[in-house]
Design a protein around this ligand. Structure first.
Ligand SMILES: *[C@@H]1O[C@H](CO)[C@@H](O)[C@H](O)[C@H]1NC(C)=O
Ligand SMILES: *[C@@H]1O[C@H](CO)[C@@H](O)[C@H](O)[C@H]1NC(C)=O
Ligand SMILES: *[C@@H]1O[C@H](CO)[C@@H](O)[C@H](O)[C@H]1NC(C)=O
Ligand SMILES: *[C@@H]1O[C@H](CO)[C@@H](O)[C@H](O)[C@H]1NC(C)=O
Length: 276
């Protein structure tokens, strides 16, 4: 009786203590996970401004703090799907594009190749190398109704809604950049896709429409080809491009192998344009 009644108690106590310790360990783990996740989310949310400022300060003679302030006004406190292009008008007015006649390079579906090339050779300028293009290249941001903060997560994607914070920015900046196009303009398009001139692209839907004669004299398409290229300069979509241009703008298209561009980029001393 005594043993029978006495022995279960220490065992039960030990088991109870074991269960308590396990519960505590799980709770502690949850707290640690929550803190780590919370901190990393907060760090991400605050990552936009330092990146923006650091990239902006690489350009001399601008008041980057002021530019950030004007930029923020475009979207803070707004539904991220209700930010039209026009919201960025004050930003464009604050940092106008300088025309770079004969050096302007547009691109569609050739982002890595075009920047690899333009960074090595100083001959051409893409929108991502201008102040406004560079400070936000590759980044995501948005606001939220009822908040003064900038978020970098849970923002709508490019095609989630027409007037989203990021897409409207690129549409507005591309419009302003293309408005400055002058002289001989170049465009790097992709020969490995079936439709190198795609009507839904920023290049087709926005930029080409801003090329006006006599400010723009010619458009040279560099169709970047690879081993698996499916298209060439005779493709019908490029005929559409040619037709869309003012007929007084000289058009030409040249197929250039990606390997040739790399080779050319490795020799920055050769004159501009000699790559094609
Ligand atoms: C997007 O904004 C433009 C104004 O820039 C407006 O005309 C258009 O209706 C808006 N689209 C949607 C889907 O709200
Ligand atoms: C062309 O597009 C394909 C498919 O998206 C991509 O894999 C390729 O790298 C692009 N070519 C160039 C030159 O950017
Ligand atoms: C261009 O591509 C078409 C098929 O899309 C082919 O028939 C034609 O021979 C090619 N032209 C050249 C010059 O490679
Ligand atoms: C060329 O352009 C047309 C449309 O403009 C497209 O439908 C066609 O598939 C393209 N590519 C090839 C490889 O023919």
């Amino acid at each position: 009786m005594e043993r029978g009644g006495g022995t279960p108690l220490p065992g039960k106590r030990r088991r109870t203590r074991g269960v308590l310790l396990a519960v505590l360990a799980v709770l502690l783990l949850l707290v640690v996970v929550a803190v780590v996740v919370g901190v990393s989310v907060r760090q991400k949310a605050h990552a936009l401004k330092p990146t923006f400022m650091a990239r902006c300060e690489a350009f001399k003679g601008y008041d980057c703090e002021k530019i950030w302030g004007v930029f923020e006004q475009a979207y803070v406190g707004l539904d991220p799907c209700e930010v039209p292009m026009e919201a960025y008008d004050p930003l464009i007015a604050a940092v106008p594009f300088k025309p770079a006649c004969n050096r302007m390079m547009f691109w569609s579906k050739t982002k890595d190749v075009v920047h690899d090339f333009t960074e090595k050779r100083d001959c051409f300028l893409t929108v991502e190398e201008t102040l406004l293009g560079s400070v936000l290249d590759g980044l995501t941001w948005c606001g939220k109704e009822g908040s003064r903060e900038t978020f970098t997560t849970d923002c709508p994607g490019w095609s989630d809604c027409e007037n989203n914070t990021v897409r409207s920015f690129w549409n507005r900046v591309s419009t302003a950049f293309a408005d400055e196009a002058c002289g001989d303009v170049s465009a790097m398009l992709n020969g490995s896709i079936v439709m190198p001139f795609n009507p839904t692209s920023v290049f087709a839907s926005i930029e080409v429409k801003r090329f006006h004669f006599p400010r723009v004299k010619s458009l040279k398409v560099v169709l970047v080809t690879q081993q698996n290229s499916v298209t060439n300069c005779t493709n019908a979509s490029l005929k559409d491009l040619q037709e869309e241009l003012d007929q007084r703008i000289t058009y030409n298209c040249k197929e250039v192998a990606e390997a040739q561009l790399e080779e050319c980029g490795a020799h920055p001393e050769t004159s501009c344009g000699s790559c094609w």
